[in-house]
Design a protein around this ligand. Structure first.
Ligand code: ZN
Length: 238
């Protein structure tokens, strides 16, 4: 308990992040995500932790608009960044890869923080960027939270070391865990407790049992969670 608290204080003060209470935001209604795929939906990730943090520390205004297909048929955010869209990356190949996460708006170099407290269970090379844009090897951080495992993907290879962390360490909610890579987005996935690696899901096969759709969790976190802004951001007085 004391160790967790000390880590939280050290992690936050090291970056001197400014926290802005979500209570200042106007009251909005809860947005519901559509079940995807409709015929056999992947269950939504759920959490019994009421106080969560938005995982990206950024000044971008659209940061908390999680790309999503909504229950009422509307689409918010960039459609190709939402859960279970096909990847049109290479038109010469069949689109057999499902996007099993949600891509959150971020800028290269933005800080990534833990949505909830938990333990880092893995850190490994994830997506490699095309050679034409420098060939950066991005990484994924997996954290076992109280009720689920979250994957924080497309972060810099130096993420954990830059934050003084390693696999096995305990992190507090809102503690910096990594840095957004050159993809300029945070790719998030969620799984049932115990998972330590991302699981792929090919078109034409049943969804993996361990997979969870992170969309509702992100919509709820955008609504009621705490957002941390970079310290150099000047917010207009309201
Ligand atoms: Zn993605």
């Amino acid at each position: 308990m004391i160790r967790t608290l000390a880590l939280a204080v050290a992690g936050l003060s090291a970056l001197a992040l400014t926290q802005v209470a979500s209570a200042t935001a106007p009251v909005r209604e809860r947005t519901l995500a559509a079940p995807i795929p409709q015929a056999r939906p992947v269950p939504m990730a759920t959490s019994t932790v009421s106080h969560r943090y938005w995982p990206v520390v950024t000044s971008l205004s659209q940061a908390t608009v999680a790309p999503a297909h909504l229950f009422d048929g509307k689409v918010q955010g960039a459609p190709l960044r939402s859960f279970d869209t096909r990847r049109p990356a290479d038109p010469s190949k069949p689109q057999t890869r499902r996007h099993v996460g949600v891509d959150l708006t971020a800028a290269e170099g933005d800080t990534v923080v833990a949505m909830e407290g938990g333990r880092i269970v893995n850190f490994y090379p994830f997506l490699a960027r095309a050679a034409s844009v420098g060939g950066e090897k991005t990484y994924a951080i997996l954290i076992q939270h109280k009720d689920y495992v979250a994957l924080y993907g497309e972060v810099r290879a130096s993420s954990l070391s830059a934050k003084g962390l390693k696999v096995g360490d305990t992190v507090a909610a809102g503690q910096p865990i990594g840095v957004v890579s050159g993809t300029a987005q945070l790719h998030t996935e969620t799984y049932v407790s115990g998972v330590t690696r991302n699981i792929k899901w090919a078109v034409g096969s049943a969804p993996p049992r361990e997979m969870r759709n992170p969309t509702q969790l992100l919509l709820d976190t955008a609504l009621t969670g705490e957002r941390i802004y970079p310290k150099n951001v000047r917010l207009a007085a309201s």
